[in-house]
Each structure stands twice: as C-alpha cells, then as structure tokens.
Design a protein around this ligand. Structure first.
Ligand code: BDP
Length: 730
C-alpha cells in the first residue's frame, strides 16, 4: 500500500516537473534586450543556412565593424557559435553591403536598387536575395550606420521569431536622450543610481558601459545624447569639460550617436569673460562663436546645444528684455557654420507669475507669437503636455499652434511623477496616447506624430528638409540593470522605437521588448504584455484619476500631498491644480475659467467646453464640477472618484498577482526583484487612495458611498508622512 502511494507521488511529481521548463539561469538585467539567448532547436536549424558565413563588403569602418561584431555576438548567443567571416560571397552568406562597398547594389539590374534608394542615409533593407549567383541574406543600406541599424533589426527579428522587416527608415531625424545628469554625478529625477558619465575620471578613464550604452541606443536608432542636465552649469563649456565630452563622443561616434550639451544662457557672464549675457551684445555673440569653434575643434560632429532659458529660475534672454527668438538665434548663428543645432525648450513658467492666469497657458502664450521667426537650425522642444510630465495630460496645445516652427517632442522616460523606479508603469501607452492625438489643425487634421514629423511645416527644398525630432529624459544610471526597475528598460526601449517611428504601436513594441527581455515563448510574452498594457492606467487611477494632476509631494514629487497650499508660488501647490472645495473639484479651463481651452483647435475647444462631451479621463483637467455631478456611469462625481482610486489599487494588486503567476517561467533573480517592487507598488497605491479620499472628504464633508470602507487612518496621519532624502533631486 505504502509502495503504491510512493509510486503515485513520484509520478505526480514527475509530471509536474515536466510542465515547468528548466529554470532559467539568474540574470541581472545588464544585457537589456540584447540578451541573444539560445534559440529553440527548430529555429536554430532554420537560421543556420541563412548565416553560414558573414561577409562585410568593402573596407570595414568603425561603424560597419560594430555591425559585424554585433552579428557575431548575437549569432554566437542564439546559435551557440558565430559563423566565420569571409571576404567572398557564398551560398548562405549573411552579407552586409552598401552601394559604395558592393557595386552590384548600384547596378540597374539589381532588383532592390529602387527600394534602397528611398531609404535615405539611415534606413536599411533586409532581404533574402541572390548575389553573385548565390542565395544570401542581405542587410543593405546607403551608409554604414544604416548597416548597423539593419543588423540590429535583423537580430531583433531572429530573437523574437518575427519575420525580418523588409525595409525601414526613421521618420524623425533627431532621436535623442536628454540626460539630466549633473557634473557631480547626481542625476536630477534619476532613480537608478548615479550618472553613468564619470566626469571626474574622464577623459583618461572611460567606463566599458559607454560602449554598451551606445550599442543599446543604436539598437533602437537613437542618434543623439545630451550629456548634462538642462539645469546646466557654466563649467560644462570650459576646456576641461569639452575634453571630457569629446572622449565620450569618440566612443559613441561609431554607433551613430552625436553628443550635445545643455548650455546655460549666462555662461560667458558667469565665467567672467563678458560683462553681460545679452544676446544682442556683439561681445556675447563673439564669445559664443569662438566657443562653438573651440567645441568643434574637439568634437567635429558635435550636435549642438539644448537650452532651458527663463524657466524655473534659469537665466535667459528675457533678463535683458529680449525674446526667446533673440536668444535661440544668437546661439544658432554660433553653431550654424558647423552644421550644429539649437534645441530651445518651451517649458517656461517663471516669467512673473500672474495669479489670474493659468500655468498651463504660459508656453503657448509666449511662443506662438514667435512662430516662423526661429533660425532654420533651431527646434523648439515641447513637453508632451502643458503642465509637467503628469501621469496623464492632454497633448500640449503648442503642437497645434506653431505651424511654421519645427517642434521637437520631449517625453520624460524617467518616472518622476509615476512612481520613480519602484512602481511598474509602461510608458509606451502614454507616449502613444499623445502621439496619436489629433490636433484638428488644418487642412484635414494632423496627429501630434504628424506634426513632429514636420507635416504641418511649409514645403522646404528637398536638399534642406526642416529639422524633426523627439527627445526623452533618460532613466539610465549606474544600477546594474541600468534603470532600477527591470520594466523601466521597456520605457527606454519604447521611447527609442517611437522616435524611429512615432506612429508605431505601443502594444507591438511591448511584445517585441518582452520577447527579447524575458522569452519569446507566448506563455511569457502574453502575460508580460498584459501587465505592461494595463500598468500606466493603473498608476493614473491610484494617483490622479479623472484628469486631476500635480498632487505629488513637494519637491521630490513622491506620494500624495493634495493638501499642500503654502508654497512660495501659487502654481506649485496641489490645491492650485485640483481646486477641491465645498462646491466641487477640478480646474475650470473653459471660457468661464482660464480659457486655456481656447489654445486648442476650435473643434476640440467646442467638444471639451461641455463636461458631457469631455472624455472622463480629462474631465477635471478642464472642468470644475459639483461633487454630485452625474457621471455617465450613473455614479456621482464623488463616488466615481473613489471608484477610480479603488480601481487603481485593485489594478496594482492585479499586476502583482499576474507577475507572481509567471514565477516558473522567469529567472529567479529578476522575478524576485520585480516582485519586491510590486509589493511596494501595492502599498503606494493604497497610500494614494487612502490619503486622497481622506483629504477630499475633509474638504467636501460628504459621507462615503455605501460599501466603501473609510481610510484606515485619519487625515493627519497621512499629512505627517514625509519622505526625507527621497531620491532624484539632483
Ligand atoms: C520638472 C522637474 C525639474 C526639471 C523641470 C524641467 O521637476 O527637475 O528641471 O521639470 O523640465 O518636472 O526643466
């Protein structure tokens, strides 16, 4: 009897073991999405004949060499061994070539010549074709950087099991990370350690990470990096720091990445080399011209300057009664002879706060009169929304308001307002929401994506197309996995993929990322993608539902603080934004309020003027409504608000339980690291819900709807919670 029982137990255990795949080895996340794990046998068998030898046509350059090395690394990982390199094309070669290195590609008889010609300097083509009488896999481009992008695209297709894209070219010229990294290595709004740029050690000592950083960016097509914080210091433009930046530029160059610097507008004055920073002063203009010459001597392909001026206390042209155009064009003239550019930020709100108006309106009011006046090598860099990187904002009205100025999108990849690197929030969906928004500007309406692709701009000569671009405030630091939370790697990834194609789908990008980062097995990708796709809305629900915004703790921006009402400027206070009072809640931006709505196209303004036709997710952004306002759900506004907070908390628990179910399929280390953060996220969600409900109830004096449990603690308890030394203040 006992024997039978033991046998049964053993059989049960064996079948259980068969259901669970061999546990993957622990990973620390350093390899990002470039893990190149061994493929299944069948996939290996299919791949082998497509890459018997590796042929790089022509003389190698540092860039084509990087492409070749990446293919070797990838194939070694996925197949177990890398194919030999060869100078001769044979049956089954994987060939990297441009028309310059392989003249056949330029011949009129070459079937793909026409297609290749449309792909520009950065596009690529991946195709199984015949060359020199052999069946080959061809990665073709018009330049070496196209070959590098094509190699990464081919490896991505292999790793995810997707058919290789036939061809692709970026829709934006500038695809850029903005590092808010300080020269002392702290990172403003950074939650993943210190800055990867070790300014002290540079230029003599260079971290191996710089190359891996370059590889990761190149795999997405990111082609620019602003190395230092927009809140810049004058020293970054001194000879010593130019030499350090040059050392970084040398490492990034083979990967197609240009270096840019944030410039402080008052630099010549602060370095005591001029007695003013007035952009119309000839001495100042001369100083910047010479400075540009000096930088370009050290970094011949230096990208240019990013400038935050007259915003949050930063100096700027308005200090001298000059305009943003005067300031931007002066710097643009200095870098123009070297083909450099200036990215001038539209995030401004410092200029003499006017209590009657609305911070959301300021950038539009200040910048639209300047439309068409910026030099051709200036881009105006506009945040996705008009306030400040909130969990949800309507698209910035400037995207519909400056049809004669190249506008660069600025997203925040680091999650300053979405739970730092502790909460899981996939931002692909947030980026997509803005990019897909229709500005309803003439003639047929353009989405924000189309605006930044330059579709609204007047026709320009083909040889001098207007600048287009997207910037993302980086979330990268010295943490072993680069981004703190393993899932925050997905936000870097999604930013890069959307900068390449702003019309790409956030879901497709999530699938790609999950397949490369965890496993292409659908039992892994499907639930991981589900987690990602619900995550940002979950954060919105437990922090700022229904269009609420800017209710985070003072200065560090962590945790709920809707009660704050005593800061120096009215528009730093959460109470300024939610306007909760006895009579209702929300910010009236209709004609009866600040009329910020009038900054949008008339169709949008009309639709949002009425709360009944305003999407619920933006309701309190545009309207101040009574607590008993009837929501489409049948609930009162008060009950709906509570319902949303509850939904957020349930969502956080759901993220956690879905992740826990993935335990047998993910390596133990990464699984545990994410699980710890999800536990913390549930607690954060509960804190947000409880503190906000306690506070709003103290304002409106209303009973909680039936069935709703009161917050476990009194309001004073939540008010007394502080987060001293919260990270990210730089
Ligand atoms: C705010 C950040 C602040 C930045 C500022 C900016 O809190 O640290 O300096 O944006 O974008 O959201 O300039």
């Amino acid at each position: 009897m006992a024997n039978i029982f033991i046998k049964l137990m053993a059989t049960a255990l064996l079948s259980l073991a068969a259901a669970i795949p061999a546990c993957a080895a622990d990973e620390d996340g350093y390899d990002l999405w470039l893990r190149y794990q061994p493929l299944e046998r069948a996939a290996q068998a299919e791949l082998q004949p497509q890459a018997r030898t590796l042929v790089l046509a022509g003389q190698p350059s540092p860039t084509s060499q990087a492409a070749l090395s990446e293919l070797q690394k990838g194939l070694r990982g996925m197949l177990g061994s890398a194919p030999a390199t060869s100078a001769t094309i044979r049956e089954g070669s994987l060939v990297l070539a441009t028309p310059a290195t392989l003249p056949e590609l330029a011949a009129s008889s070459f079937a793909l010549r026409g297609e290749l010609a449309t792909l520009g300097q950065e596009g690529y083509l991946l195709r199984k074709t015949r060359l020199q009488g052999h069946n080959v896999t061809l990665i073709a481009a018009n330049s070496d950087i196209g070959l590098l992008y094509g190699s990464f695209a081919w490896l991505r297709a292999v790793a995810t099991g997707a058919p290789p894209e036939a061809s692709s070219a970026p829709k934006l010229q500038l695809r850029m990370l903005n590092h808010w990294d300080n020269l002392d290595r702290t990172v403003e709004r950074g939650y993943s350690g210190f800055s990867i740029w070790d300014w002290w050690a540079l230029p003599d000592i260079a971290d191996r990470r710089y190359t891996d950083y370059a590889r990761a960016n190149a795999s997405l097509g990111i082609n620019g990096a602003v190395l230092n914080n927009v809140n810049s210091k004058p020293e970054v433009l001194t000879a010593a720091f130019i030499a350090k930046a040059a050392a970084v530029a040398d490492i990034l160059r083979p990967y197609g990445i240009k270096v840019y610097l944030s410039a402080r507008f008052s630099t010549p004055l602060e370095l005591k080399q001029t007695d003013t920073a007035d952009p119309l002063s000839p001495a100042v203009q001369e100083w910047w011209r010479k400075k540009a010459d000096e930088i370009y001597r050290a970094i011949p392909d230096f990208g240019g300057f990013l400038v935050k001026a007259n915003s949050e206390g930063q100096p700027g042209p308005q200090d001298y009664h000059r305009t943003h155009v005067d300031g931007a064009n002066m710097l643009a003239a200095a870098v123009a002879p070297h083909k450099g550019i200036v990215m001038w930020r539209a995030f401004v709100y410092a200029h003499g706060e006017d209590k009657a108006t609305d911070r959301a309106k300021q950038a539009y009011d200040e910048f639209t009169p300047l439309d068409g006046k910026f030099a051709p090598n200036v881009m105006v860099q506009v945040k996705n929304g008009a306030i400040d990187f909130q969990p949800r904002e309507p698209f910035h009205p400037l995207f519909g308001g400056m049809p004669r100025t190249p506008l660069m999108m600025e997203f925040q990849i680091t999650k300053e307002y979405l739970g730092f690197a502790t909460d899981l929030a996939y931002l692909g969906t947030m980026f997509e929401e803005t990019l897909h928004a229709d500005t309803r500007r003439a003639p047929q309406g353009l989405t924000v994506a189309q605006v930044i692709e330059g579709k609204a701009l007047p026709a320009a000569p083909a040889q001098r197309p207007p600048l287009t671009g997207m910037a993302g405030v980086a979330n990268i630091g010295t943490d072993r996995n680069w981004t703190g939370h393993h899932f925050d790697q997905a936000n870097w990834y999604a930013f890069g993929r959307l900068a390449w194609d702003p019309q790409a789908s956030a879901r497709d990008i999530a699938v790609e990322w999950a397949a490369q980062t965890f496993s292409p097995d659908a039992r892994v990708t499907a639930p991981v993608v589900d987690i990602m796709m619900m995550s940002r809305e979950t954060v919105v629900d437990y922090m700022t539902p229904l269009g609420l915004h800017h209710m985070m703790g003072t200065s560090h921006h962590h945790g709920p603080a809707p009660w704050i009402d005593n800061l120096e400027r009215a528009d730093w206070n959460p109470v300024y934004y939610h306007r909760a009072a006895r009579d209702g809640i929300g910010f009236d931006r209709t004609a009866g309020g600040t009329n910020a709505l009038a900054q949008y196209a008339p169709e949008i303004a009309r639709q949002y003027a009425d709360p009944r036709t305003t999407p619920a997710q933006l309701l309190l952004w545009f309207h101040h409504l009574p607590w008993d306002y009837a929501m489409p759900s049948g609930r009162t506004l008060w009950a709906e608000l509570i319902h949303r907070y509850d939904t957020g908390v349930r969502g956080a628990r759901e993220l956690q339980s879905r992740w826990m179910a993935l335990r047998p399929l993910i390596d133990a280390r990464r699984h545990a690291e994410v699980a710890q953060r999800l536990r913390r996220q549930v607690a954060n969600a509960e804190l947000w819900r409880d503190a906000c409900i306690a506070y709003f109830q103290s304002v409106n004096g209303l009973p909680l709807p039936p069935g709703v449990a009161p917050p476990p603690k009194p309001l004073d308890y939540y008010k007394a919670i502080h987060f001293p030394y919260a990270p990210g203040r730089g």
